[in-house]
Design a protein around this ligand. Structure first.
Ligand code: PEP
Length: 251
């Protein structure tokens, strides 16, 4: 049985003091998540990672939003895996559509990052999803197939067992336009079938999240789908009450 995962992506939001204020209000929510066997996490900005990590219960996953694949070097503005490990961060989102759109994040670059994370016993959350044009042209499955196969190339079944995938249709991120639960289930199942083809039975253990305008009011329908194992949530994870309500509504 795959453990449910609710992950908040804070994007470029919250100053350090705002992030700490949120962190200090999480004890009750974390206890609730532990009681109901649900993994709960947040992905603050780089600047806030260390302080947030030090101020939350160890059961809250604190994830980076990105990482570079090289350990060190002349990569101005980047952060490396050893830097994250040094502050006890062992999760990272990879290939978020905003990074694919604004920062030239390609499947090949994502693949290097995913390999580097796994080699360092860290957990990648690999984001895939089609744009509105691709969706309207009926190309969703072709796009997802390419992103999954290229992003997860050169990995073994043993290596991918802790990987998390997030299916996030780009047209639904931050737009308030949700994919229906039928679309979410269809594409998450499609992803699981690709994983079965690439890695065999371990595909049954890999968690696949849905993301895109998930809110307390609509989260339950997604989590009721057999191949949706949780949610990656942007806007609705920023406020402590709505973050808590997301959890309460899937218990
Ligand atoms: C996201 O940032 O991954 C996301 C899905 O954002 P939102 O929930 O705001 O659509």
């Amino acid at each position: 049985m795959r453990k449910k995962l609710l992950m908040g992506n804070w994007k470029m939001n919250k100053t350090l003091s705002e992030a700490l204020s949120f962190a200090k209000q999480t004890d009750e929510i974390i206890a609730l998540a532990v009681k109901h066997n649900i993994d709960l996490g947040i992905a603050p900005t780089y600047l806030c990672l260390k302080d947030v990590k030090e101020n939350v219960n160890e059961n809250l996953i604190v994830s980076s939003q990105n990482v570079h694949f090289e350990d060190h070097g002349a990569f101005t503005g980047e952060i490396s895996i050893p830097m994250l490990k040094d502050i006890n961060i062992d999760w990272s989102i990879i290939g978020h559509s905003e990074r694919r759109t604004y920062d030239n994040e390609t499947d090949e670059k994502c693949n290097k990052k995913i390999i580097a994370l796994i080699q360092n016993n860290m957990t990648p959350i690999y984001c895939v999803g089609e744009t509105l044009t691709q969706f309207e042209n009926g190309d969703t499955k072709k796009v997802i197939d390419t992103q999954i196969r290229n992003g997860l190339a050169n990995l073994s079944s043993e290596q991918v067992k802790n990987l998390v995938i997030a299916y996030e249709p780009v047209w639904s991120i931050g737009t308030g336009k949700n994919a229906s639960k039928e679309i979410a289930q269809d594409i998450c199942k499609f992803i699981r079938d690709i994983l079965l083809d690439m890695f065999g039975e371990v595909s049954q253990d890999i968690r696949i999240l849905y993301g895109g305008s998930v809110k307390p009011e609509n989260i339950k329908q997604y989590l009721s789908c057999p191949d949706v194992d949780g949610a990656l949530v942007g806007g609705a994870s920023l406020n402590i009450d709505s973050y808590k309500q997301l959890l309460i509504n899937i218990i």
